[in-house]
Design a protein. Structure first.
Length: 424
């Protein structure tokens, strides 16, 4: 289904007066408000094709109704999100969960919704029907050459799917590792993995990037072969200029200082992509900003600072994606909340007075430095984010409009109450 333009216009008219009152104050008190607005309008966050249905844990999955049954319906759902918030104009595909059987048709369909293809994701963490060798003991790290070769070929096939769709990057997340001491020779596992990545790298078109994602644990619980940002940086440095590290917020050990990791990776020119989610414990994949919004702001603060230092384009020079699992919420509502949290934190980071912060740092004024950061974090910039939506023709209150239009009910009517999407 599509959201009619006049539905959005009516909604924006109804809430326009209150919005203008709230906005006026911000515009009058923030000198750079217009600049921030333009950056917000340009910012797009990719939606993963595997997160449009209900997710689950290994204990169960409680599917909702109206889930997309194929790639076309997933694109339709992202189209809905994008028309509501104007910031979800990209999709990230996981192969083989979402193989585009007819890439030309899929590409055209996405274009109709204003959606482009962000990073492609390979999958060597599950065995697929008909697959010759098992990944039970890893893929690129595997002790057997034929298993490694199969994983390499899969990744090259994913690159080819991506080329047909106009994607420009490949994200590799490996579940490789070991569950028990003694199971693996760490150096050998590293070398096999590096060799595999090098072969994949050599199949990469010149204008592509390869993003090496790390994760501390799960599904392996003793060691992970790309376990942290140091290991990922080692691989991406050895691979070359087209290789970067990808940070997924849920992939660290508890209390890791992710903002510092981000700052140093940017300093090295090696941060290429980002997966947003939130967590209390590990890779919980909860709604962005739902547990630790201050940490999200601090991370954005370093992203803005570090990208500006390298004169990077915030919207174009990084792969931004949500990587969450929606186990108890309507996936589309959850995604709307996540995108909102991302934009609010981004706006707050743009608000930080960098000149004053630098002066406070240089005089060791710890108190003032904290005040500067917290002043930005505690400023309610939601009206500015809403204004950026208004200016691109999206809704002032995407979640409110989603509910008042009864979108989920309509999706259930057309797709049925017992559908299940491919994905996690
Ligand atoms: C992993 C990781 C990857 C994602 C898979 C589904 O934990 O976050 O990015 O593709 O989950
Ligand atoms: Mn991820
Ligand atoms: Mn994850």
């Amino acid at each position: 289904m599509r959201l009619e333009k006049n539905n959005i216009e009516k909604h924006n008219q109804t809430f326009g007066k209150t919005h203008r009152r709230q906005l006026e104050f911000l515009m009058a008190t923030i000198p750079d408000a217009e600049k921030i607005l333009h950056k917000l309008m340009a910012f797009q966050v990719a939606i993963p094709s595997w997160a449009l249905g209900t997710g689950g844990t290994r204990f169960g999955r409680f599917s909702g109704g109206g889930e997309p049954r194929n790639l076309e319906e997933k694109i339709e759902d992202i189209g809905l999100l994008h028309s509501l918030n104007g910031s979800s104009g990209a999709i990230s595909l996981h192969i083989p969960w979402d193989i585009p059987e007819n890439p030309v048709r899929i590409k055209n369909l996405a274009e109709q919704y204003g959606i482009r293809f962000d990073a492609m994701n390979s999958n060597t963490f599950q065995d697929q029907p008909g697959q010759q060798y098992s990944y039970k003991f890893g893929s690129l790290q595997h002790v057997k050459k034929e298993v490694r070769q199969q994983a390499i070929e899969h990744n090259i096939e994913v690159i080819h799917h991506g080329i047909a769709l106009g994607s420009k990057s490949l994200t590799i997340w490996l579940a490789d590792g070991s569950c028990f001491p003694g199971q693996l020779n760490f150096r050998e596992a590293f070398h096999h993995t590096l060799q595999g990545l090098q072969e994949i790298y050599s199949a990469l078109p010149d204008d592509w990037k390869i993003l090496v994602e790390y994760k501390a644990f799960e599904p392996n619980f003793y060691s992970t072969t790309v376990g942290d940002w140091g290991q990922s940086l080692l691989y991406s440095s050895k691979l070359g200029q087209k290789a970067f590290t990808l940070v997924d917020l849920g992939h660290h050990l508890p209390n890791a200082n992710i903002e510092q990791i981000v700052a140093l990776l940017l300093m090295e020119g090696k941060l290429g992509g980002f997966h947003f989610n939130d967590s209390k414990y590990g890779d919980d994949d909860l709604t962005v900003g739902s547990i630790k919004p201050y940490q999200l702001f601090l991370i954005f603060n370093e992203l803005v600072e570090g990208m500006d230092a390298r004169r990077m384009d915030h919207a174009k020079d990084m792969g931004w994606m949500i990587d969450a699992s929606h186990n108890v919420k309507d996936p589309l509502e959850d995604l709307l909340q996540s995108v909102e949290a991302i934009l609010v934190s981004y706006a707050q980071a743009l608000l930080v007075d960098r000149v004053k912060l630098r002066a406070a740092q240089q005089t060791n004024d710890v108190v003032l430095a904290q005040e500067i950061l917290q002043n930005s974090f505690r400023t309610d910039l939601r009206p500015l984010v809403a204004e950026s939506r208004l200016r691109v023709g999206a809704a002032l209150d995407p979640l409110g409009l989603y509910r008042s239009c009864k979108i989920r009910e309509q999706l259930i009517k057309t797709r049925g109450s017992k559908t299940q999407s491919s994905g996690l």
